[in-house]
Design a protein around this ligand. Sequence first.
Ligand code: ADP
Ligand code: MG
Length: 926
Amino acid sequence: MTDPDDAAAKPDDAPLSPPPAANDAARVTPMMEQYIEIKAANPDCLLFYRMGDFYEMFFGDAEIASRALNIVLTKRGKHHGADIPMCGVPVERADEYLHRLIAQGHRVAVCEQTEDPAEARKRGNKSVVRRGVVRLVTAGTLTEDTLLDASRNNYLLALVRGRASAGDDRFALAWIDISTGEFRVAECDRSSVGAEMARVEPGEIIVSDALYADAELAPLLRTFPAVMPLTRDVFDGATAERRLAAFFGVATTAAFGAFSRLELAAAAAAVTYIERTQLGKRPPLSPPARENAGATLAIDQATRGNLELIRTMSGERRGSLLAAIDRTLTSAGARLLAQRLAAPLTDPAEIAHRLDSVGAFVGDSAARADLRALLKAVPDLARALARIVVTRGGPRDLAAIRDGIFAAAEFAKRLAAMGDIPHELAQATQSLCRPDSALAAELARALGDELPAFRRDGGFVRAGYLPVLDEARALRDESRRVIAALQMQYAETTGIRSLKIKHNNVLGYFVDVSAQHGEKLMSAPLNGIFIHRQTTAGQVRFTTTELGELESKIASAADRALALEFEVFDRLATSVTAASAAIKEAAGALALLDVATALAALAVERDYVRPQVDNSLAFAISGGRHPVVEQALAGDGGPFVANDCDLSPPAEAAGQAATKTAGRIWLITGPNMAGKSTFLRQNALIAVLAQMGSFVPAKAAHIGVVDRLFSRVGAADDLARGHSTFMVEMVETAAILNQAGERALVILDEIGRGTATFDGLSIAWATIEHLHENNCCRALFATHFHEMTALATKLPRLHNATMRVKEWQGDVVFLHEVVAGAADRSYGIQVAKLAGLPPSVIERAKVVLAQIEAEDRTSPTRALIDDLPLFAAARQETKSASGAMPQPDAALAAVVEGLKALNPDEMSPRDALDALYALKAKLAAK
Ligand code: ADP
Ligand code: MG
């Protein structure tokens, strides 16, 4: 989205005009003085300064914006003798420009005229219209549909750290989507803060200056866009509870639940920042909901990336798991589905509630079809509501509330007709009934059929709703008819058939009669009505009180009609705001129904099965498929080969209380392109789907809840991305070996291939041992090091599996079938042949391979497995250092030094013998 030129326009590295200093104000025009003052109060924002139909920017802001938006840089007046750079964007198109600035990491302060220019003129000719910043537009605090992706949440996240003496710092996160009102907090430790932040995927992060400058956190924060450092007071723990309570207008936050000090600090920081950016307007936030540590499946950033959950490695939605499973019909449903996918649950009971709902709609196709038909017309209630509450709403937002409330009632009725429904759906039904239908009825009465986008356009109140408004509109629209009626009436009263009402710019409306009738109107009794204004050659002109009134009525009718519409709008908006809690609840229920019916539709369409999720350590998938690859293949014909996977603890171990029960590790070997990576990922994705509460692409699935999911790909697979190195691979592998517990699921795909063969093999080897002996987690490990399959003889819970291939007339055919056993060879040359390498190269490679294999027979794999002290590394961690490992030997070093000092050529036989004795003595002294 950002091209390199645009990136160069970021505030930090752009060469700017010298910032104007406020004390220079005396020498500048009053308007510039005002500008400089407002700009000084908002130094870290671009200032959109309203002048007529434009937002203008000056000085450095103008230079940045002209480059970022590719708009013309002009100048206006002088400052200290130098031209003032200026550029502007039309108010009508401001949203579009805001969108581009925000996307490039800028923040914008929108400064409006806060009084009528006429008022300013009353203070004197030179006085400047009052202006003030009405809003800060930042990436994490958006409400406009034009600035937001309808199908994704947009979170502002506040991060705080509590330092602990032992070095195990705690972190609290608070995240808010002001466009929907969601507000959550959580606390975690250093090892999971990255995963927690990754799952929220914030649009903007606020941290204290201290945290921003912290070297240890810098690499983590750098992986997120728009990180904003703020002064310490925003994160102050002492005032946190008070600020939070004040925001919600309650005496204490106790009713919201129990929060740690750290959580309160994060929550208060988030609302304080929102108050700042919204200039005091309070969006309809839900009270903060606490997420317990461990309530969701921890998935770090790297794992999310390479499982392509929400978007692909190249950043697209197409090809991601989300895109493959999304059958939602509303924006709110799409957001909820993305949320659930980003944060699968870990409590089997909660997961079961979700699965029950999906199951209910899988089983009742009539209800599913009816509800999905209704969903198509459901508006984005939550976002419309948020805009109305922060007074940024328009008539269409009111209509959305109207339609949403009516729809909610329809849904409740249809759900009731389903009869016995599961817990989650029963709760949703109650929520659907919460909004007052009288409010919707009032909105229906008030709003017209065709609605303008903005309140300022007018014309949205239905005719007949408000008599005074109808009258004002009648005057505005039908002034001719009203005047004509009055003319008829006057002609009748006076008996002058030729009497006309006319209009000109000098007199406005006037009664016009020919000179011969003039006298009649100027004498009693008609002179009581008609007031003489002008006599011309052949005409006499009059006005009347009634006509004067009508005149000013017509002149102000448009204004008045608009003002009345504003009143109606504000009254309705107030009613909506008052009902916001109920409306939000109904909106949540509609989103939930969208997700439940969408997942049911997916399950039926693609033949998914309900997974059994419990507290065991099982991981038994039969007939599993990759949800994304399967759909991609369905496009161009090929069938997807289903595969089983069983990482459950071995049965005999489970039976014996004494033996440690732990899941299995599968070591998968097989040639390139055989389907190893696909198999690994499909099992991770099935776990994610099951725990988010979806049916899964398999014949049957039994999953003991996974608490952490890790997925890493060897560096060579990643090189296409350009920034992945062997070092990154090792850092990530280290994280897994340090963090994975027995509930973790670990996917390692060709770890160790980014370095020389023997290094790589050794690292892979040691990693498997550590996973088996120390982490004791369920794991899938794909490798091209066939030597490693020998490990199965030593590690009881290691299982060898391989991808079946068929060799046919020197070619290799991939069957994509996972079977027990080990691959004996790589078929690398056959794959190369498939890829179209020249025949001469293939032939030569075969000769070289034969040669190498012949030499390799002198050191067969068998020797390797026997010689390697298998568990040395694992044991070393438990035993004290005095045990198996030899100590560095001082005596030996002395002997070596002594030997180096000898020069045999200059020694007599006797000297040589003495030296030999001396060396032996040194060794004996040991
Ligand atoms: P590997 O990791 O062994 O090199 P991949 O997992 O990358 O192999 O798979 C290579 C290709 O084979 C995939 O892009 C996919 O098109 C196809 N494939 C993999 N698994 C299957 C399967 N189970 N059924 C059908 N096609 C598959
Ligand atoms: Mg692979």
